[in-house]
Every structure is written in C-alpha cells, then in structure tokens.
Design a binder for this molecule. Structure first.
Ligand SMILES: NC(=O)c1ccc[n+]([C@@H]2O[C@H](COP(=O)([O-])OP(=O)(O)OC[C@H]3O[C@@H](n4cnc5c(N)ncnc54)[C@H](OP(=O)(O)O)[C@@H]3O)[C@@H](O)[C@H]2O)c1
Length: 254
C-alpha cells in the first residue's frame, strides 16, 4: 500500500536520522503523502542526498541538515533553517539513534552517556524547539524498539535509553495534547538496516527473528513508515502518548 490515500499536502516534516534505513523510509512515505521533508543526518551526506532524491521524486521539497541531535547548539541552527525554508513545522519524527552494543558489565560511563544522549535525551530539546514552530498543532513521533520492555543480550544501554524515550513520550503527550500537538511512538521488531551491523550475533538475530515472527517475515522499514503515517494522519486524532508495536507479532509470542 502507498501513502497516497492519506493526504498531508502542505504539511512540513522533520525526520531525524533520515539518511538511511527506517528514517529514509519514513521521509519518503511522508513525501508520498504530500509533505515537504527536512532530513537530518550526522555523517553520511551521500546517503542523505539519496533520501532527498526520494522525497523530491515523490513530489515533496527536501531540506538537508547535518547535525548531531544530541547537541543543543546544533539543534538551534537546524530549527532556524527549517523555519527559514518551510515557514514552520507540522510533524517531528525523532528517529535518529546510535548506541553501544555490549554486555552491561562492560559498558563504560561514556558508552552509557553517548547512548542516552542520542536515543533518549535528544527528544526533549527537539520537542522544545520544534513545538514553537507548530503554530497550528502538530505531531511528534519517536521511534523506539522492543528493548524498551524486553531484555535482549548486549542491549542494556540501548534498551534502557528506549525505555526512557517511551516514558518521555507519555509525559510530553499529556503536556502537549491540550495544545493540539499529539505525541506518540512507534516501536519496531528487528529490521535489517545498517544498525544491525553492530550486533556480534547479527545473522543469528535475523534468522531467529524471522523464524519466530508469526507474520512469517522480518519487519521492514516501510512497515514502520506506514505506522508513522497512520499516527500523523487524521485517522489517529485520539492517539495520545501511545507506543504502537510493529513487529509482525514477534513480541507477543510466548
Ligand atoms: N534496525 C532495527 O532493527 C530497529 C528496530 C527497532 C527500532 N529501531 C529504531 O529505528 C530508528 C532507525 O534505526 P535504523 O535501523 O534505521 O538505524 P541506522 O540504519 O543505523 O540509521 C541511523 C540514522 O540515525 C542517524 N544518526 C545517528 N546518530 C545521530 C546523531 N547523533 N544525530 C543525528 N543523526 C544521527 C544516522 O545518520 P548518518 O547516516 O549520517 O550516520 C542515520 O540516518 C532508531 O531509532 C532505532 O533505534 C531500529
């Protein structure tokens, strides 16, 4: 299914970590529905340009912005650029993530801080800077993972960061709903992106996930993008502070 049945014409979106993987799929899906999209990335300009080409091919305007979402100063310049180019913002997708994949007992304070800063803490300044640009209400979507609620080997730092993220989503949601800004999260099962290259047991993880998923296949970036599209559409007007799980039924298996 494409996003063309949901009409977001004239809406302006920001997707953090939009250069690759799930972020790219979300950026292109929002453009297919009619959005102009600001694409944030950290290092991979070439990949970000490919996403921009996808957004433009779908009929949207694309704005590229390189910045570290964990740096407050960088964020200020990014929102200024969005204000200048788009005149405002309607949809903020906090998707960028990083993190150290190691047993908990081997994590250093630096590993922990790095992971928490990018995956959990960044949502707060993103919301603080993004909401003032949402003059007519809007949507904030955070992208989370099953490690927020489940214990996964080597995933202590990222899992804890995603648990904090989902909690922040609920707290922002109750504060911003009266202002017409709806805050929710999408949590995904295992998706075969570059992020998995950091897992020592990548092949086992992919094989095991596909085998245990009732839907019979792995979750793909487009599946996550479709859930984001739903949440930012008028179909989700009463969704507030929720985390929707998109995993083909993996996490409900006993
Ligand atoms: N893959 C999975 O199995 C899975 C499952 C559940 C949830 N998720 C979540 O889905 C989201 C996207 O994951 P993915 O698998 O698509 O990741 P990915 O392929 O590793 O891509 C990560 C993206 O985040 C950007 N990024 C990383 N650190 C950043 C920073 N400090 N500031 C700005 N941008 C930064 C990267 O930019 P550059 O290209 O410039 O480096 C890239 O665009 C994440 O929130 C992840 O936790 C993934």
């Amino acid at each position: 299914m494409s996003g063309i049945d949901i009409d977001l014409k004239g809406k302006r979106a920001l997707v953090t970590g939009g250069s690759r993987g799930i972020g790219r799929a979300i950026a292109v899906r929002l453009a297919e529905a009619g959005c102009d999209v600001a694409i944030n990335y950290l290092r991979n300009r070439g990949q970000a340009e490919e996403t921009a080409a996808g957004v433009e091919a779908a009929g949207g305007k694309a704005l590229l912005h390189k910045c570290n979402v964990a740096s407050g100063e960088d964020l200020g310049a990014m929102f200024e650029a969005i204000h200048e180019s788009f005149g405002g913002l309607d949809i903020l997708v906090s998707n960028a993530a990083s993190g150290v994949i190691k047993p908990a007992m081997e994590l250093t304070p630096r590993h922990w801080q790095w992971t928490m800063d990018i995956n959990a803490a960044a949502l707060l300044p993103l919301a603080q800077r993004g909401v003032p640009l949402m003059s007519d209400g809007g949507h904030i979507i955070a992208v989370s993972s099953l490690g927020a609620r489940r214990a996964i080997p080597n995933y202590a730092a990222v899992g804890a960061s995603k648990a904090a993220l989902e909690s922040l989503v609920r707290h922002l949601a109750i504060e911003l709903a009266p202002k017409g800004v709806l805050v929710n999260a999408v949590s995904a099962g295992v998706v075969d992106t570059d992020a998995l290259k950091h897992f020592p047991n990548r092949d086992q993880l992919l094989g095991e996930s596909a085998r245990r998923t009732p839907r019979g296949r792995l979750t793909e970036p487009a599946d996550v993008a479709d859930a984001v599209l739903f949440l930012v559409s008028p179909l989700a007007n009463m969704m507030v502070g929720q985390t929707i799980i998109v995993d083909g039924g993996y996490s409900i298996m006993g």
